[in-house]
Unconditional design. Structure first.
Length: 342
């Protein structure tokens, strides 16, 4: 059946199925696409999506979304969904003539620097959990991986016990983790010694030993959820096992907020990506190559890594203090500066 004869919902679901099965889009991306096309249906007010005109799509992606409170940067996923959907409709199998979204342009926006947590506040956050409790030890282990490995929150919550691996480096056994994040891409991350110690304390805790967190993993092999939640308001105890014990992304964000507020850290620094940005920034401050940072952070696009060059201000400041022309000149304030503390 030609796409011309589909209902809007049939066309949308067929495209989403294609994007997931053949283009490898994640479940989260699929839901974003679905939400964008549902709003397009709202805008079209009953007119079939396959019959949309270019000027209608232009108004939807611009003025209409703007009036709905969607800022320019946030309109980009909508435009990507619309462009992808209409390009697919034009394909041989769908048989729709012309691509109504072909000329759509993404809005031109600046590149704001990501918000990062300061090194001092990251240290305060690490001290916030109560290490006399199982929850405190779990939270400290989680924070140590976010700060020490720069993990995305999705990568952290997907971790299983089988993702912890040891290897011998220079006659020393070190811990690594296999991380699966965006687009199901895998990478092996070295674990800092402090994070490894906290993980081992967590894994050896008697309360964790009493929790059934086993499930059938890849290839039917038994695996165990790494980071667990300790309560469920809806599930009976006999069902609160295995995958249902997995700590959610919201659970991670909540614990960051809880400990951060207690430590007096600004709310703008209390999100998982602020720790990821700290990780990338500190690597660059220590003259780590951009290629190595890209690999450690799991960036598919080098442009994502380049942003840390703008955040590595400590190194830039030292360079300016040492090598810029003013540092080599005698000025009216030179003698005054000598008397100031470093």
């Amino acid at each position: 059946m030609s796409a011309e004869n589909w209902t809007d919902d049939e066309a949308i679901e067929a495209w989403l199925t294609y994007m997931e099965a053949f283009r490898g889009r994640t479940a989260r991306t699929i839901e974003c696409y679905r939400a964008a096309l549902v709003r397009l249906k709202e805008f079209m007010e009953g007119k079939p999506l396959v019959h949309a005109e270019p000027d209608e799509l232009e108004v939807f992606c611009g003025l209409w979304l703007h009036k709905k409170g969607v800022i320019a940067r946030s309109r980009k996923p909508y435009i990507s969904a619309v462009k992808g959907f209409y390009a697919w409709l034009q394909g041989k199998e769908q048989g729709v003539k012309g691509n109504a979204a072909k000329e759509l342009m993404h809005p031109i926006t600046g590149h704001p620097l990501p918000r990062t947590i300061s090194l001092a506040n990251a240290e305060r956050l690490m001290w916030a959990p109560d290490m006399n409790t199982f929850i405190g030890i779990r939270d400290a282990a989680i924070l140590s991986l976010l700060i020490g490995c720069g993990l995305r929150v999705s990568g952290l919550t997907h971790l299983n016990e089988s993702d912890l691996q040891t290897m011998e480096l220079e006659c020393t056994v070190r811990l690594t983790i296999r991380v699966t994040e965006k687009g199901e891409r895998e990478r092996i991350m070295p674990v800092p010694r402090e994070a490894e110690a906290l993980l081992r304390v967590y894994l050896g805790h008697e309360e964790l030993a009493s929790i059934d967190r086993s499930f059938k993993g890849k290839g039917g092999r038994t695996d165990k959820v790494l980071f667990v939640t300790t309560k469920s308001p809806t599930l009976p105890a006999h069902e609160f096992i295995g995958e249902k014990r997995r700590l959610s992304r919201k659970g991670v964000r909540d614990l960051i907020q809880r400990h951060g507020i207690k430590a007096g850290i600004p709310a703008s620094e209390l999100h998982p990506h602020a720790m990821r940005h700290l990780f990338g920034t500190e690597l660059l401050e220590e003259d780590t190559s951009m290629l190595a940072i890209q690999e450690l952070m799991g960036h598919a696009d080098p442009k994502s890594t380049a942003i840390y060059a703008q955040l590595a201000m400590r190194k830039k400041m030292k360079t300016v203090d040492r090598a810029a022309p003013m540092s080599k000149m005698k000025t009216p304030v030179s003698e005054l500066l000598k008397r100031l503390p470093n």
